[in-house]
Design a protein around this ligand. Sequence first.
Ligand SMILES: C[S@@+](CC[C@H](N)C(=O)[O-])C[C@H]1O[C@@H](n2cnc3c(N)ncnc32)[C@H](O)[C@@H]1O
Length: 305
Amino acid sequence: MTNKNVNARTGLNSIWTESIANNQQPDNKALLAHLKTVHQNNAGFTEKCASSCRDKAGRNSYEWLAEIVPDVDGTRVLDLACGSGPLLKILYDLNKNFKLKGADISPEELELAKARLPKGSVDLFELKAQNLTAINDNSIDVVLCHWALTLMNPITPVLNEIRRVLSAGGRFAALVNGPMNAAPGYSDVYNLIYKYVQAKLPRYGEIDLGDPRIRSTDSLKNLLSQTFTDSNISIETSMVSMEGPVAEVAETTAGFFYASFILSPETREVMLSKLSDLLTISKQSRDLERQGRFSMPINRLVITK
Ligand SMILES: C[S@@+](CC[C@H](N)C(=O)[O-])C[C@H]1O[C@@H](n2cnc3c(N)ncnc32)[C@H](O)[C@@H]1O
């Protein structure tokens, strides 16, 4: 553990978790500080789960989102909150003549992205999505955002920035949470992890990261239509799953939930054991032989400017 906010005994604490503990609504500065701390200590965690979970056609959610980009040389793409860069790498492999940019607030994630992408193939920026100063007006054909819109608050400046940088006829596509009931067992996984988190911070869940309007399909559509007036907005729901030795599936699943990072190592172990039981699909006696499955609901939204 490399950060002063991460205590080997109590787990991760930040000004965001302290606000919740004190029954206060954390402000946006606290949210950014919390996100940076989580990513500083766990860079690359989203990719671990998201790249393993696949839909019926065999695509992971990065590949599903990348399908929005037309395979035309010179297409200018911005990956907003690019993290460790898995989506940028998929795009680069699809067409070496795309003009790729990535932006994120986490220097540790950007380092991973830089290391995996050929030198000079992508412009990477340490920037907040609310203030994309390095990106010119009307200079991007497709803005993509994979599993990050849900974390952003305030959200309206982000949507305004996306509209500003998109060229006329350009597209914005994002991968966000789907409705809980669109994947079997997902709400049980959510409830189990949050039960352990709420034993430490009772209001975690009632207060969560980002703007709550992104989490429901109807409120998301409503929010988007306030910025992208007169644009066509489509939201498609799908489900992705992974299978494997249950202890690994449980570890990767838990690592996908930001909430799980606040648990102490001891509580995390207990939670992982219960999660393994929940995710088990074959009953072998020894843990390593037991197989598990995790499924999650996803939404892909697409807007044409
Ligand atoms: C769940 S990760 C997803 C990373 C990557 N898109 C992926 O799917 O692998 C969320 C990312 O959003 C970034 N992030 C959160 N809030 C942000 C903001 N306001 N502006 C830019 N990046 C942000 C985090 O640093 C993190 O890398």
